[in-house]
Design a protein around this ligand. Structure first.
Ligand code: IMP
Length: 198
């Protein structure tokens, strides 16, 4: 099995990724387990593609292993695509998921349903030391609801209702979310590109 380093320490992401890459003869390990936990690239790009590529390249250059990195965000039409790549820190320095959601609901207060369109985006970038790279994007369209709904998941899940459902990600739960989410779609796209044998 060929070792591939995942730039994220998030156990769920590593598990998702390992399940896919295993069938391509690749063994996914976290950057911490690979001994590169001290490398923490700054996410100062202007796009998900730039940020995920930067993370992947920095760790590849240090390790000489193939590396996979991802970057995600929530884009709200009424806010001209914000918070986008800044989703993690939407509510400022001492923000957390609750404050980010509170800020979003306040900014959309009184905005009618048809103007509450939004989408989650994930970009996964995989780079190889011998050259070559795969960039896989996944999007999940939906809308921002008017109050917090549900307990499951993380981040903006309690205020995001994906198209085709009348519940938020936080109400739908992990199993449904993992079938239709932006990350699921990016992983599917990655699988397709690996199948094409890039
Ligand atoms: P990351 O690049 O995957 O770390 O995502 C950046 C930020 O986007 C997170 O801190 C969350 O605020 C938001 N985000 C990304 N994916 C999701 C999701 O599936 N549900 C809710 N929020 C998400």
């Amino acid at each position: 099995m060929r070792k591939v380093i995942m730039a994220s320490g998030n156990k769920n992401k590593i598990k998702e990724m390992a399940a896919i890459l295993e069938s391509f003869g690749m063994d996914v390990i976290s950057k911490e387990d690979a001994g590169f936990g001290h490398i923490d690239p700054e996410e100062d790009g202007e796009t998900y593609e730039e940020n995920s590529l930067k993370k992947a390249m920095e760790i590849m250059e240090a390790s000489n292993y193939p590396v996979i990195a991802d970057d995600s965000g929530l884009e709200v039409e009424y806010l001209n695509g914000a918070p986008g790549i800044h989703s993690a820190r939407f509510a400022g320095e001492d923000c957390n998921y609750a404050r980010n959601n509170e800020k979003m609901l306040a900014m959309l207060d009184g905005v009618p349903k048809e103007q509450r369109r939004a989408r989650f985006v994930t970009v996964i970038t995989m780079v190889f030391p011998e050259g070559g790279r795969i960039v896989a994007r996944g999007e999940c369209p939906g809308e921002i609801v008017t109050e917090l709904r549900g307990e499951a998941g993380f981040g903006y899940d309690p205020i995001f209702m994906p198209d085709g459902f009348d519940k938020t990600f936080a109400q739908l739960g992990t199993e449904v979310k993992n079938r239709v989410s932006h990350r699921a779609r990016a992983l599917q796209n990655l699988r397709e590109q690996l199948n094409e044998g890039i």
